[in-house]
Design a protein around this ligand. Structure first.
Ligand SMILES: [Fe+2]
Length: 185
């Protein structure tokens, strides 16, 4: 049996849910492959920039890696805009939700808020408040998010920058996504 017998969850059996649990565990283990596929598709999002979102993501991760950042932050940098395609007005939340079971609360917080913090670099050009992020200025990780945006995001649109390729980061993605925190399993 590789398909459950029910058409309504309320009618499922012990055997049905044992099967689904086993298949779900395998599906979760394959997440790194799906993330790599999703990253490779970031070539078509958000027109107008000098480079693709994939190249931007690779620049971000390369800069974080070369600066000696922890592996979880390098992987977070690689994934920080993965929500651009399907959550273009809430992309920080989407990336943060993907990362949350696998990274520290600090790295989760940085990615969760990076979209707001990035507005510092352009909102004044649109007649909006570039300092909106200051509502979070007393947070313990405020400066970490400021630094992330300054060092690994706002500066990562350079066509001349030589990034590592996507496959360079695959082992890091596999390691970070191999071990979800107990509260998520
Ligand atoms: Fe970005």
């Amino acid at each position: 049996m590789n398909t459950v017998g029910f058409t309504r969850m309320e009618n499922g059996t012990v055997e049905d849910y044992a099967l689904l649990s086993e298949l779900e565990e395998q599906y979760v283990r394959e997440l790194p492959d799906r993330l790599m596929d999703a990253l490779s598709r970031l070539q078509k999002t958000l027109p107008g920039y000098p480079i693709t979102r994939l190249e931007h993501s690779l620049q971000s991760a390369t800069r974080a890696h070369d600066a000696g950042e922890p592996e979880e932050l390098v992987v977070a940098a690689l994934l920080h805009d993965i929500g651009d395609e399907l959550a273009p007005v809430a992309h920080s939340e989407m990336a943060a939700a993907i990362l949350r079971p696998y990274v520290s609360e600090r790295v989760y917080w940085i990615i969760r808020h990076h979209g707001l913090f990035q507005t510092y670099y352009y909102h004044h050009h649109l007649g909006r408040d570039r300092n909106a992020r200051e509502v979070l200025k007393d947070h313990v990780w405020y400066q970490d998010c400021v630094d992330f945006c300054h060092n690994y995001d706002q500066n990562c649109f350079d066509p001349a920058f030589k990034s590592r390729d996507l496959e360079f980061f695959r082992p890091m993605v596999e390691r970070v996504f191999s071990n979800p925190k107990p509260e998520f399993t």
